[in-house]
Design a protein around this ligand. Sequence first.
Ligand code: IMP
Ligand code: MG
Length: 336
Amino acid sequence: MGCTVVVDGFFGDAGKGKIVSYLSLKDDAEICARAGVGPNAGHTVVMNNTTYKLRMIPCGFINPKTRLFIGPGVAVNPEILLKEIAEHNVERRVGIDPQCAIIENRHLEIDRSGHLSSIIQTTGSGTGPCNADRALRIAKMAREFPELKRFIIDVPGEVNRALDEKKNVIVEATQGTYISLYHGTYPFVTSKDVCASAACSDVGIGPTRVDDVVIVFKSYVTRVGAGDLPGELSPDEVKRRGWDEYGTVTGRLRRASPFNFDLAKRAVMLNGATQIALTKLDVLYPSCKGITEFEKLCREAKEFIQKIEEELKLKVSLIGTGPSLEEIIDRRKAYL
Ligand code: IMP
Ligand code: MG
């Protein structure tokens, strides 16, 4: 496995949390390194009937042996981070880079007023204003905060050393390709590029170190906040199909459309994806719920997957059939 980058091919909320947790456990990752913007992300992980919600700690926390790092590209809210560390009892495994930018109260205030709130409809988590301050060279860094001192570690140094030692490393991107500051539907985007190359930069690895880029697509598309969503269904239709979801961070009803092959193709290109993880297949085809063998999927579900593989010219190697980590089809071995 070596170095695997996990990215979202649509607008976020595809279920990266589940895929990252599964890979950390299954492939016994030495390190799970969090990339992406910051606590605007909300990840849900379900295992053994327990639901975990995370905004700062990498989803690899589910494997007790995995070290959990936050790369220098990520904006950190110390309050949220420290609370999650205590809640999940991961003190001894967490490391944050001295150069993570720190979200302060004034960033939250700016993010919750003016055009960011009313027009862009951000998550209000302060990440955009914090990144603006970073660009202005006035943001505070993690190294300046005594309460973070015991967690400070050279994340790029640790990640590259683990790769030199042939250990498995997962780089966890956040948000989604089409809310990237560069490649998304500007101005209705987040405050950074969030594609695979940016994720590498966030944790301090060069592009030559990456072995696999797993692109995560949900079986349908959702979007929260403002901005174009081609093929958008009415809220009533979204509910009728059972596709209604509510944001982990904001509680907002997500907008939805059917799987979009054009967007998916471009996302594969932008991220240099090598494999596809398809999530929530059971929401489209309820008979697939909990299935762990490909052969047992219904005909329609198999045809849908075949169509994705043909159109995107990539293998669908992981298939989510329910919220829990155990509800997954892992076809990777078949392709080795
Ligand atoms: P910001 O990242 O909070 O500045 O929000 C900018 C846009 O990105 C808004 O439309 C948010 O709803 C969206 N967004 C930010 N983070 C996520 C995420 O983790 N999942 C889905 N949408 C997100
Ligand atoms: Mg989310």
